[in-house]
Structures are given as C-alpha cells and as structure tokens.
Design a protein. Structure first.
Length: 615
C-alpha cells in the first residue's frame, strides 16, 4: 500500500484503504467515488470538493486546546477567535464556517470594505468582528454602522490618522462607538517567506512612540474606555514556535505597560494568525515543527507569567488563524489527460531492414535488459540517444531513425524502472530525474495553486486509486495553460512517483490537499481559466453523504463579461463574421452558430469523453 505520506499531513482526515484514498469520516466514501458521482452529471475538468466537517474539526480543536491549556494553568482570561476573510471569501465556505462557528461565538475579521460588508451580512450577533488593514472614512463609517446593528466590533488602528478619523466620525454618528484596538509593531518577526509581516520594518502597526500618542489622543477625547485590544501579527505559516514566544513576551509587556498608563478597559491581546499546518509528504522535512498543544500551552503560560510579574489582569486571548481553519477543508481533483511518453510503444517502432549501428544496439539493449544490468543499460541507452540526435542534426540519419531512437530509449527506460521498482538506488532516482514522465492535467496551476507558482509552496498530492500498486514513474505535472511556468517539476529530494496508466482505457485523477486557504481567492484567470467546479460534501447522522451546492465553473461568456466585454456586441460580431463567410452555405451556418452558442456557454476547461471504467 502506498500512502504518499498521508500519515504526515492529513491529520487522519484521509486514509488509504482497498487501494483508494477515503474520507476518514462516517461512511468513509472514497474520493474516487465522490468524483465519479459528480462527473455523472456531465461535469468535466477540475473539481474542488469542500468538506465542512473538517472546518468543524479545526474550529473545535482550536477552542478545545485553548480551553484545556487555560484550565491546566488556571488562566483567568477567556479565549475567542475570528476568521480572517482574506484567507477564503467564497460563499460556500463562509456559509458553512459561520454556521459551524455559531456554537463557539467564532467571528470574522475584515480587511477591506467588501469583507466588512460580508461580516455585517453573515456574522452572528454574539460573535466578534475585528477590522484590520488601512481604513478610510468610508470603512470607519461601516464600522459604526455595524456597531449600530448590534455587532461586537473592534476597529484595529494601523495609524494615528485612522484614530483621528474615528474621532471625527464619532462626532457625526454618535453612539454606539465601536471598540478600538491598536496594532503594535513588534521588533519580533516570524520565520520563512512571510516573516516580513512582523518586525520593525513591517508595513503595519504603531511604533512605541505612536502608541503613546494614541493613548494620549484617546484620553484627550474621553475615549480611552473604548480602547480594549492590542493586536500583533508576525507572519503566516510560522513553522517554528520560538518566534511566537518572543513576540508574546514583547506584546505581553506592552499590554502591561499600557494598562499601567490608565488603559483600564484594555483586556485583550489578539495574536493575529500564523498557526502553521503540515504540508509535507516526506519524513525528512516538516513544514510545522510544533503541535497545537504546544502552541496553546506556550501562549497561555507566557501571558499568565507576564501578567503576574507585572501585576495586571490576565488578558483575554484572541487569534486570527485562518490557514489552520480553512486549508484542510478543500481538496482539488484534477483529471490526467495525457502521459507524454505513451506514444512510445512497440507498435510505433518501424525498424528498417538495415538500421544505423547505434539503433541496432539500442534494440539489443531493449531485448536483453535485466535486473542485473538495468542501470548500465539505462546509461548506455541515454548515451546512444545523445549520439543519434547529433547524427540527425548533422544529416546522417533520417526522421524515421530519430523516431525509432526515441521509442527504443523510452521502452528501455520503462523496462528498467519496472525491473528496479523495489530498488532504493540514488542512481535510479538521478536517472529518473532526467527521464521524468510528464502528466498533463486538466486544470490551471495559476488558478488553483497560485502559491506554488508564486512561492513554490508544495501541496500534498496523490492519485485517487491504484494505491495498492507501486508507482514507478517519476512525475512532473503540467497544466493546460499556454505558459511554461504551469508545471510542478519533479524534485529529486521530494520526489513524486505516479502510475504508468493506459489512459485510453481508464481515467486517472490526482488530488491536491490542503488547498482551502488563499488558493481560491488568489487564483489568476491566466488564459481565462476560472475557478473550478465546486461541490460541498455533507454527511447526515446515518453516516451517508450527499452532494450539495454544486457550482459549475464559469462559462466563457461569464468570464468575458467579468472582463467588461459587451456580450451583445461580442455575439453580434461573431454572428456577423459567420454570416459574411463565403466558405459555407446558409444551412451549415445555422448549424455552426448553434455549435458556437453551445461552446460559449461551456467553461474553458477541456471536456474529454469518459473512459471505459467510468461509463
């Protein structure tokens, strides 16, 4: 059984049984079964599957672990959390999140006017709303409107000008006034590619001098009682616990000093986000080097210790860990369209009566290769190929000879890999790096996995089935965009091996996991490929599942409308161009226009016919 490191990254959310990957929940349906059920509706292309029970699991674990730590250390403050909408604003995720969060009073964090509108429309009244990011008067007006609606809302100040605007709006709109938070700029920073979110050069937060000025401004305007929270953020996906502990000590001491300055209603520290999840599929590398238990223990213990040392009340604790909550709930399924070496078969071999000597040698290598000589013959075949391609460039062999060369070398490679499939030889891995198989997937990497393109963030990936068969092909993954960057390369240190499947007779799907955070909303419409078809999988009390809220990928007309094309003009131009064509008769023009209309109402992903095993 080959599990692709599932025990490392899946938190037991998915398991491998009977050669397929299954959802480890209630009736334990396989992802292949779910995928085929969706495709029975005629939907093709990539599929994003949402599992709300995994949102429930993450929220529940977060609250349970903080509650446990607070009880263990006899902590006097409370815990609450908000979800940062920037991580995933898609409605089918947010509606599930809000419904699940109701029993915890789990709230929302907004960083723009549009996000604040979402929070005001969908958040529960008892759940908090925090507002971060730069704000103008319009956004602050929205904060006051939310307070008038009865929301528990905190406007977190990023600069003194925002505080001055709050004072101005308070005079115009009056009570109730939202609670005020101050974002502090720590010297401490995170670690990794998101570390610049923290530190003294961060774009967000008030310096020590500005904090003092803010407190004086609040005092002067009789609003110090509305100052209730300080907030800091040292980066997303913090892989080590040490930076968190440094930041907590710094923030805890700032909290105590502000309390001593007269901020008597200041009672909460918002840690921001950063709680990491494990993306790695390999034992020798980990993306998160601490557990949720260690994290919560350290946060509670350190804040209690500082409060006792400074003689101030223990603060309520807030977090905004969006990646931790959202990432596990979504799985991207991409169909494999083609294996680029599968054109190289014995059927395509057309040897001549008299062949160049090196081709005769290649044929002999292919017929006589065995386990003992496999590595040697692999080396020989690759050397022969280089020589033969040089001979072709010089005009000494023809195109048929070149075709025979390519076929024979690929046949030798396949045979050698099969012979050595149980070998752990580094030399085999090195050769496979040179002769990796290209798997063409029906998806856009830019749309569905933008963090790989932009940051080289790797996501766990595995096939949905054949997991009881050893995969032998070193795989690089190509998307269907017209861009050479649309590739996940074979990495010799963290290799991905896939199966040598006959795609003419069966379908082969790859699943990318932990894609629920950032990937959807950051996805680019490169080549005008849009958000994939999405479906939510709900389980009932009997353990059975049902497919809900299927939203098919946008049609070509939809995406062109989003780009501000005049659809009436566009379709009129198409009809006119067809009508004015002298290449076809009137009856055929009507049939073609009907075909064109049909295509315009489909999405841009490739729509391939189902294979034998899925009919």
């Amino acid at each position: 059984m080959f599990d692709y490191g599932i025990k490392i990254w899946s938190q037991n959310n998915f398991i491998v049984e009977d050669g397929v990957v299954k959802v480890n929940y209630r009736s334990k349906p396989s992802l292949l079964e779910i995928t085929k059920k969706v495709r029975q509706t005629g939907i093709r292309g990539p599929l994003l599957i949402r599992f709300p029970h995994l949102i429930q699991k993450q929220i529940g674990t977060l609250y349970k672990e903080f509650k446990r730590a607070m009880k263990s250390f006899d902590y006097q403050g409370s815990f609450n959390a908000v979800f940062p909408l920037k991580v995933n604003q898609f409605p089918n995720f947010i509606t599930s999140l809000v419904e699940i969060g109701k029993e915890y009073n789990y709230g929302l964090e907004a960083g723009s006017k549009a996000e604040l509108i979402i929070a005001m429309a969908y958040n529960h009244k008892k759940a908090p709303i925090t507002v971060n990011g730069f704000k103008d008067k319009g956004m602050i007006n929205l904060g006051f409107i939310a307070a008038k609606m009865g929301f528990d809302i905190t406007l977190t100040i990023e600069g003194l000008n925002e505080l001055e605007t709050i004072l101005e709006v308070a005079k115009e709109l009056g009570e109730p006034i939202p609670d005020i938070g101050l974002r502090i700029r720590l010297h401490s920073s995170g670690i990794g590619i998101w570390a610049k979110s923290g530190g003294i050069n961060s774009k967000f937060g008030l310096t020590s001098t500005e904090l003092l000025e803010a407190v004086e401004l609040l005092k002067k305007n009789d609003l110090l009682q509305k100052f209730k929270m300080i907030h800091f953020h040292i980066g997303s996906q913090i892989s080590e616990i040490a930076p968190v502990k440094r930041a907590l000590r710094e923030a805890g001491n700032i909290y105590a000093e502000l309390r001593k300055m007269g901020a008597e209603n200041l009672g909460a520290i918002n840690l921001g986000g950063g709680l990491a999840i494990e993306y790695s599929q390999h034992e020798n590398f980990h993306a998160a080097n601490y557990t949720i238990t260690e994290f919560t223990n350290d946060v509670v213990f350190l804040l209690k210790e500082i409060a006792e040392q400074k003689g101030v009340i223990q603060p309520d604790i807030f977090t905004e860990s969006g990646r931790y909550i959202a990432a596990p709930h979504a799985v991207l399924i991409a169909p494999v369209l083609e294996l680029f070496s599968q054109e190289y078969t014995e059927r395509g071999l057309k040897l001549k009566k008299t062949n160049p000597p090196l081709i005769e040698e290649l044929y002999d290598l292919y017929k006589t290769i065995n386990r003992k000589n496999a590595i040697e013959y692999l080396h020989d075949s690759l050397d022969h190929m280089e020589s033969l391609l040089t001979l072709f460039d010089l005009g000494y062999i023809d195109l048929q000879d070149r075709s025979n060369t390519e076929i024979l070398v690929h046949l030798i490679i396949k045979k050698a890999i099969e012979l050595l499939k149980n070998s752990k030889s580094y030399e085999l891995k090195r050769i496979q790096d040179r002769v990796q198989e290209r798997y063409l997937l029906n998806f856009s990497l830019f749309q569905s996995l933008p963090d790989f393109w932009g940051l080289k963030q790797r996501f766990p990936v595995m096939p949905l089935n054949n997991l009881d068969v050893r995969p032998t092909r070193s795989a690089s993954l190509w998307d269907i965009t017209c861009d050479s960057d649309g590739e996940i390369d074979f990495n010799i240190d963290y290799p991905l091996y896939l199966h040598d499947i006959d795609l003419k007779n069966e379908e082969y799907f790859l699943a990318f996991f932990l894609v629920g955070a950032y990937q959807e909303i950051l996805g680019m419409k490169h080549n005008l490929f849009t958000h994939p078809t999405e479906v939510t999988v709900e389980f009932d009390e009997n353990g059975d599942y049902r497919l809900e809220r299927i939203v098919e990928a946008q049609s070509i007309l939809d995406i062109l409308y989003d780009l501000d094309y005049d659809l009436n003009e566009l379709q009129s131009n198409l009809k006119s161009n067809l009508a004015n064509s002298h290449l076809i008769d009137e009856e055929e023009k009507e049939r073609i226009f009907e075909l064109l209309a049909l295509i315009l109402n489909e999405n841009s992903y490739l729509k391939m016919s189902p294979k034998k095993d899925s009919e």
